[in-house]
Design a protein around this ligand. Sequence first.
Ligand code: SF4
Length: 568
Amino acid sequence: MKILLIYPYFLETRVHSAEDVRAVPLGVYYVASVLKENQYDVEILNWYNINARPHKIREVLAGKKPDVIGFSILHANRWGGIEIARIAKQIDPRVTVVFGGIGATFLWNHFLTHFREVDYVVIGEGEYPFLDLIRYLESDHSQAIETIKGIAFRQDGQPIRTRQAAAISCLDDLPVPAKYFSYQHLSLTRGCAGKCNFCGSPRFWGNKVRFHSVDYFVDQIERLYRKGSRHFYFSDDTFTVNKKRVIDICKKIIGKNLAITWAAISRVDYVSDEIIYWMRKAGCIQISYGVESGSEKIRNFLQKKITTTSIQNAFALTRHYGIMARAYFIYGCPQESRQTINETIALIEDIKPLSAIFYILDIFPGTLLYEDFKHRLGVTDDIWLNQAEDIMYFETDPELTREMILDFGQKLRSAFYEKLPGFAEALQLIDKEDLYPLHSSFYSRLAMTFDHGDYSHIDAIKHKDGIAEKLYRRSLTYYPNARAYLGLGILSQKRRAYRESGRILSQGLSQFPEDPQLNICMGVSLMNLGEYEQALSHFLGFQDVKEAVHFAAECYKALGLENRDNLI
Ligand code: SF4
């Protein structure tokens, strides 16, 4: 039996990197590895962007001839799933289509009522219900389908669901997906301690937080590390929910010398001095917190249950340890006004996040907000027959208009970007000697964000090169750092100050003589000074680097020599 697991495309193109939809959800890897452990032929297809090449869908499906296709459905990619399923059924009407994931779980009835292309829905935690369903499909059907827990299907034309499957009590019983696949998004937990009314997690995972063991989690990192991954996203709802476990993980990462960086998600009321220290030591470079709003009234409405003091503490701690503190904000909430937006701006100025993402409040199935919405407007799940990714709260509230919301968003973003250079300048890192190399790395990475990273394209941020230069210099006050020397060298080159660039780069090369980027940058400065012979010496030995080969050829030409490729 050939099984494909497809992550389908979204209706709209994303603009923010934080809204990144490119990664296949981790749950798909778990489902696939459970199938692999049971000797099934399973393949994952990341089709988040295949809508740009629709002919490819037909071609691949016709070639692979799947018996079953499982789709990973978030709300916003459901139309992609339906369209691909339709094509699959046209190619082979016998193919079985299964929808799963958070989007399918809360709209199982809707999908089975309106879309003949969907044969089954897996509800909730999918690994074992999907496996049971596959076994049923390849069996002689002597087992009654109703006995498979955690699925829904049509019976006599009517959608029905079976009994809920029990939550997996020991997460370590799941095979480590890294045995079979490579990926960067990992998760230590399932579930969240919070109960925010706009979030589907509490109902999807249940009220209890379940954990992988320290060994399982670090083993997963180690396997991926051996396959070449160096950066990870710990995508738990709240990674730090169990302090001891997180500290043990950090100590183990350090003990195993895993030179990795990672970003985590937490809640402001689940961090402390000790946990942040160990997280930083183990490679954490970013923590994202849901702050949502500066207005306590709005946070209360959202049932966020965090105080202004805990927000201030978490951000101060995170900044202090040289970790990028990212804040998520939601606007367009009930009773949102100029006043509440100003309160959010005041909070931003207070906590000085180094990254901020602003979302408009969305209403998703599986949330309390959605139940309230259906009740208030007297609508049903049929609303999802619209070709729209989501329902924005303000569209359902006569007190809020689109113009107001756009204006609020603009104000929030402008305020953040205007203040951001000041937030970076105001940083004061904790004076702990063992963290100096990490502080150096933090400053140089932040500097890079301004001069050629995410912030370099944002016009609203002023004096980006100036702030980058200050940060690179601060980096070097803590520890030698190749990225900082390189950044300063490039900034000088931008000003055509090639002697100055050469000076800082030679300092860098005295510390990191083998660094290809420093050598190439140095060579470029020397070329600009007309010192081709010396420049050439910085390109030779890097024949694997395209730029080095290119510049070496230019040097040979300028020197009137033949390109001695064999020397490069
Ligand atoms: S928004 Fe975050 S804290 Fe709130 S319930 Fe969802 S995952 Fe938990």
